[in-house]
Design a protein around this ligand. Structure first.
Ligand code: FMN
Length: 203
């Protein structure tokens, strides 16, 4: 990370994610997603990064889930990747926006048919009587969409975190870890900053 000052944070992130793809046993794109409700009370869970480009970091979920309701009430989020074998972490914080319908449709269509049926069947985060209830709903939607394509449910979409801050953390001996924080040079930018300031932090 010694060259961090010269790098675009998305290029550095892409390198780290690519390395994690080679070293992690599974889900190198798994990240903790922190949200908060309207009162500011936080909660966190794992999701998968499904897109990253110069605009920000994208994941997909159910808008009627706990996180979905929180994201719609308080449009800020934080992400944390931890690649244990590489002893690296990346943290991202910023406002969120919903991806376009076209973007969500394109990703939804790329998923296996069973996952698309599952997105209809799962009332994510709401109480479930028993496994049978979920299996019944899966069977109902499989029958409903037996012919033709499975459309994207209206309550299923993606969110993009527009980074106001991206921190790279690299383990170093004796806990003298390296930390570099990137911020958009123009604080009003919406994640798509052309230039970034960097700052090193004590571990
Ligand atoms: C490795 C991993 C990846 C996950 N990826 C997603 C995901 O991309 N989207 C999602 O909605 N839930 C994902 N989940 C499930 C969430 O962690 C969580 O259980 C679910 O989204 C409900 O969270 P909520 O009640 O806070 O809304 C994943 C779980 C794990 C362990």
């Amino acid at each position: 990370m010694t060259d961090a000052n010269d790098r675009d944070p998305y290029a550095l992130f892409a390198d780290w994610l690519e390395e994690a793809g080679r070293s992690e046993p599974n889900d190198p794109n798994a990240m903790a997603l922190a949200t908060a409700d309207a009162a500011g009370v936080p909660s966190v869970r794992m999701v998968l990064l499904k897109g990253v480009d110069a605009r920000g970091f994208v994941f997909y979920t159910n808008t009627e889930s706990r996180k979905g309701e929180q994201l719609l009430a308080n449009r800020h989020a934080a992400l944390c990747f931890h690649w244990k074998t590489l002893r690296r972490s990346v943290r991202v914080e910023g406002r969120i926006e919903q991806v376009t319908d076209a973007e969500a449709d394109a990703y939804f269509e790329s998923r296996p048919r069973e996952s698309r049926i599952g997105a209809w069947a799962s009332q994510q985060s709401r109480p479930l009587e028993g496994r049978w209830e979920l299996e019944k709903r899966v069977a109902q939607y499989a029958a409903k969409f037996a012919i033709g394509t499975v459309p994207r449910p209206p309550h299923w979409t993606g969110f993009r975190v527009l980074p106001a801050r991206i921190e790279f953390w690299q383990d170093r001996p004796f806990r003298l870890h390296e930390r570099v924080v990137y911020r958009p040079a123009d604080p009003a930018s919406q994640g798509d900053s052309a230039s970034w300031t960097t700052e090193r932090l004590y571990p």
